[in-house]
Design a binder for this molecule. Structure first.
Ligand code: MAN
Length: 349
């Protein structure tokens, strides 16, 4: 099976070995799922950097943030109270922990392919009691002159959506958790519609309902209401178990085009697209049946968590859509699409 993505020949463009860990004693396990924006005529990525302590044979150790800094928890691999079958999450004595602690790191580039860490910009770390297991998968939306950062805030309280805003990438205003657990994959529209802000987000439901994409409205981009479920999983298809929004919807003449990820029972992550009405985005007009991108390259099939392509950042230049994506939960990669080709792959309802 092939797809309609044109992957960068240089992929992966960033791997864990390309960045230094944020502090001594930690190693970078994964670089993944960057937010993307342009600023001062450069292309920028806000990368999720997932770190863990250097592992010692027979012991599983993982970091959490406390108000005094990083604390390392260590459990013997043979401990009967430990379940470590998923490389991303462990369960110990009935409580879930992440095996890695993620922060967000800025890198920039002149050509969109070769990225470096600029001097004088901060690392974005989890802060406060709702971010003790880290912050992840940040979408960046430019609304007016302000960048809105919507990211996954993780702690023992659950997984919710945090918001910070900035205009200069050096000073950040913290708005706390804007959508409480369990919720992630929050992408803001980059324009108001009839005076209102809009966002896509993804609550997770264990019993009734499912991992569906919802739309919300806001008067100010901070307080959200009028939530409506707009995209569900589809039985027996590539997006049968969970779906979640990518980056900000792309405004086209046909409607708001959203690139989203879907996963099946085998936790294989692929990308698809759907189209919302320009004036009333709660009206979904069309959706792709087949994925527009599936894991197929070695760096997408094999890594920290294989068979994953996941995007939450892109730039649009006329018909050219450049997505940056996490491959196998370990590498940052790039791919180009034709917006027209995605639009013609849609099936209208
Ligand atoms: C899932 C995966 C992980 C992530 C956690 C918390 O288990 O997406 O990569 O760290 O959720 O968001």
């Amino acid at each position: 099976m092939s797809d309609i993505a044109f992957r960068f020949a240089e992929n992966p463009i960033l791997a864990p070995k390309n960045l230094p860990p944020s502090r001594e004693g930690l190693e970078i396990a994964c670089l993944l799922n960057p937010g993307v924006f342009t600023f001062e005529e450069k292309m920028w990525l806000l990368i999720r950097v997932a770190e863990r302590p250097k592992q010692i044979a027979g012991i599983i150790s993982f970091p959490i943030l406390t108000k005094d800094g990083i604390e390392i928890l260590a459990v013997d691999e043979s401990d009967p109270f430990l379940n470590a079958t998923d490389p991303r999450v462990i369960n110990y004595k009935g409580a879930d922990y992440l095996t890695t602690l993620s922060h967000l790191r800025l890198v920039c580039s002149d050509d969109g392919i070769h990225f470096y860490e600029p001097e004088g910009y901060p690392i974005l770390q989890g802060e406060g009691k709702d971010e003790t297991f880290g912050i992840e998968d940040c979408r960046v939306a430019l609304i007016g002159h302000t960048y809105y950062l919507t990211y996954t805030a993780v702690s023992a309280h659950g997984v919710g959506v945090g918001l910070r805003t900035t205009t200069d990438w050096k000073n950040f205003e913290h708005h706390g958790m804007i959508i409480p657990p369990h919720n992630k994959d929050c992408a803001l529209f980059e324009a108001c519609i009839n005076g209102k802000f809009y966002a896509l987000h993804r609550p997770s439901s264990v019993a009734l309902g499912g991992n569906y994409i919802w739309l919300a409205e806001s008067p100010d981009g901070i307080h959200w209401g009028r939530h409506q479920c707009i995209i569900k999983t589809r039985a027996n298809l590539w997006d049968s178990v969970r779906v979640g929004a990518g980056a900000a919807p792309i405004k086209t003449e046909a409607g708001w085009l959203e690139i989203y990820h879907g996963a099946n029972e085998k936790h294989q992550y692929a990308l698809g697209a759907f189209l919302m009405d320009l004036q009333d985005p709660s009206q979904v007009l069309a959706r792709t049946e087949a994925p527009i991108m599936i894991p197929q390259e070695d760096y997408e099939l094999h890594g920290f968590f294989g068979e994953v392509v996941f995007t939450n950042g892109h730039v649009v230049n006329g018909d050219e859509l450049t997505i940056y994506y996490g491959a196998a939960d370990e590498f940052v990669c790039g791919a180009k699409f034709s917006v027209k080709e995605i639009l013609s792959a849609l099936t209208y309802f």
